[in-house]
Write a protein that binds this ligand. Structure first.
Ligand code: SF4
Length: 385
């Protein structure tokens, strides 16, 4: 029997003064464009082309953040403009959000968390929301929450656990739980009927849309069918080769993009660092088949793992339009993997700088777009008329 999730109602309690003005500009012109509660609480605020993402994480005085409240660290970043500093006006907007959170966080229930369990858990859920706006004509959809591929470096693990903690779900190690949104396609069908068509990322983080459970539940496929009917544009990202099982439905879109995460050319490295992911050769084959099917394909090399950069460029460049390259961020959690593999050098800044430079130069020689702004819509030409 499916369960009901409570985290959305907690978000409504905390953020009510903001959510009741959803899509309505304030006097300063800023408006709340979207919100989410699956990885802590997230708010997307927009004004013209400027989009701010405010993330409420578990309070941790050891971590840098923009502002702190009793229970939360508030982090802020710009969407689609990596690294650009906030303006004075934007800083004021963020501080207003912080003061609303401070005034209302006492209204959140303090739920006792059951004892930690180590059993894997698949929770079948009915949800109220699926299509999450993230500004500038972009949305995202997470067909699942959690990922049984279970990479040690998955940087969303702590934030996803925070939402489970707020809801009173037991702590389970990352990779040992998945929430399945059984009614996702039905909810999405209602949402797209009211929304302006745009780009829908599946799934930017938090889950892999083609993890093994997809073969049983087909939630990703059902959502794609809804998006195809409604003329939205999907941008898929996966570490799983079974994305090719949906080539038929992906072929229904005028434009559809599929990206494979391929962080190394060496399958021994893959086996060590992401043993739950598909072999590199299978991912390359999936990339080639998506390319041959006429989809707009891209590759994500994140985190850069020990590799031969020239070989990885040669294996992927003929089959992609765009590439995004980034370093490993979860070094504390993954240091043991580097040591056990005998490559502690590959967790140093110098490795990321040199490998990143070699990859960038290699892809540039092939005329492949480098997506440094996390805006695949632009890099893949999905926003063209
Ligand atoms: S496949 Fe992606 S979502 Fe799944 S654990 Fe690995 S990095 Fe996280």
């Amino acid at each position: 029997m499916s369960e009901t999730r409570h985290i959305d109602s907690f978000a409504r309690t905390l953020l009510e003064p903001l959510l009741e003005r959803l899509q309505t500009p304030s006097r300063s012109g800023w408006q709340l464009m979207g919100w989410d509660a699956e990885q802590g609480f997230q708010l997307t605020l927009g004004k013209g082309q400027d989009v701010l993402l405010i993330e409420l994480e578990r309070r941790d005085d050891e971590r840098d953040c923009y502002a702190r409240t009793q229970r939360f660290n508030l982090c802020v970043r710009r969407a689609f403009q990596a690294g650009a500093p906030l303006t004075e006006e934007e800083r004021r907007v963020v501080l207003q959000v912080a003061s609303i959170v401070r005034a209302r966080e006492g209204l959140l229930p303090v739920v006792t968390r059951p004892t930690t369990s180590t059993r894997a858990r698949v929770r079948e859920l009915e949800v109220e929301r699926v299509l999450i706006p993230e500004g500038a004509g972009h949305y995202y959809v997470n067909p699942y929450v959690g990922c049984m591929i279970g990479c040690d470096f998955c940087y969303v693990a702590d934030r996803a656990d925070f939402s489970r903690e707020l809801e009173g779900q037991p702590h389970l190690p990352w990779g040992r739980y998945v929430d399945v949104k059984l009614n996702a396609a039905a909810v999405l069908r209602q949402e797209v009927a009211r929304a302006r068509p745009g780009i829908v990322r599946m799934s930017p983080i938090l889950t892999d849309p083609y993890q093994a459970l997809e073969r049983r539940y087909r939630i990703t496929r059902q959502c794609l069918e809804v998006l195809a009917d409604a003329r939205f544009t999907p941008v898929i990202l996966t570490r799983a080769a079974r994305v090719v099982e949906d080539l038929d439905v992906l072929g229904r879109f005028e434009r559809a993009a599929v990206g494979l995460s391929i962080p190394t050319d060496d399958d021994r490295v893959r086996q060590h660092f992401e043993p739950g992911g598909d072999p590199i050769e299978e991912r390359l084959d999936a990339l080639r088949r998506c390319h041959a099917a006429g989809l707009r394909t891209y590759v994500i090399i994140q985190p850069m793992l020990p590799m031969d950069p020239a070989r990885l460029v040669a294996l992927t460049a003929p089959y992609v339009r765009a590439v995004r390259i980034d370093r490993m961020y979860e070094l504390q959690r993954t240091a043991h993997l580097y040591r056990e593999f005998g490559r502690p050098d590959a967790m140093q800044d110098a490795f990321f700088e040199q490998t990143g430079a070699a990859l960038r130069a290699g892809f540039a020689e092939h005329g492949i777009a480098l997506d440094d702004l996390d805006d695949l819509g632009r890099s893949l030409g999905l926003l063209e008329g």
